[in-house]
Design a protein. Structure first.
Length: 113
């Protein structure tokens, strides 16, 4: 999800304009949960989500295990992020974990995995 491929990779921080847009759209956790409901509108088109952009469905080797990544799973994650207006999986690791933006990532992670 985060695009960290190598052991010493540094996670990407969110774009400050994305953080501001997110804060303009959401005031509390309940609004985030409503936004992720199946009847809510996307804040951005799912095609604009760059997380998993290069992901291809099929069998993948992860460590010593082979997993099957289904196209539905990739599309589902992109759709969930689009509902929140998040175009890239990038929690704000430089902010407290309980900020509304980081809580949105926690909710997404729980719902998606």
């Amino acid at each position: 999800m985060w695009g960290i491929i190598y052991e010493k990779s540094i996670p990407v921080l969110p774009d400050p304009s994305l953080l501001q847009e997110f804060r303009n759209c959401f005031d509390d956790v309940e609004e985030i949960q409503v936004a992720q409901s199946k009847n809510s509108l996307n804040l951005i088109p799912p095609e604009d989500v760059i997380t998993l952009k290069c992901a291809k469905p099929g069998r993948k080797k992860v460590g010593q295990t082979i997993v099957n990544v289904q196209e539905f799973f990739i599309l589902y994650i992109k759709a969930k992020l689009a509902k929140l207006g998040i175009n890239q999986w990038a929690p704000a690791i430089d902010e407290p974990i309980n900020t509304l933006y980081n809580e949105a990532f926690q909710i997404s992670a729980i719902q998606n995995f």
